[in-house]
Design a protein around this ligand. Structure first.
Ligand code: MN
Length: 136
């Protein structure tokens, strides 16, 4: 049975995400980092319940593959989508969006960024509680 105590232990091999771009607690482990032969970035991102990243865009596609739990994904102007293990989201270049855990579940995804020579992410404003709580 899962430990339901509110203890946020750093998962093995993970480090904290950049706090200024997240609300709540999340962890990151880089699986693939770009170099002169590899224009791709793959991160394993884990979110505590309620945690999410800021609104942001990517210069090229970002592909999210859900690996654990239940999360939220939203593009600007569209409703929040609930996403679960095995779901794949292909985020198109320049589309303003955010992703993170649902309120009652931990959540994890792989985030694959392509064409990293163009950059990886452009961070914008935080997702407000009002926006986050607007799941229907
Ligand atoms: Mn993204």
């Amino acid at each position: 049975m899962e430990n339901t105590e509110n203890i946020q232990t750093t998962p093995e091999g993970f480090g904290p995400v950049l706090a200024q771009y997240f609300t709540g607690t999340a962890w990151l482990k880089m699986l693939v980092t770009p170099d002169e032969n590899t224009n791709c970035n793959i991160g394993d991102v884990r979110f505590e319940p309620g945690a999410r990243n800021n609104w942001h865009t990517h210069p090229s596609n970002q592909i999210l593959i859900v690996t654990n739990g239940v999360g939220y994904y939203q593009e600007e102007g569209s409703p929040i989508r609930e996403i679960k293990v095995g779901d794949v989201v292909n985020v198109l270049p320049g589309v303003k969006h955010w992703h993170g855990a649902s309120p009652d579940s931990r959540f994890a995804h792989y985030a694959i960024d392509i064409n990293t020579e163009k950059g990886v992410v452009n961070w914008l404003e935080p997702v407000t509680d009002e926006q986050y709580n607007n799941f229907k």
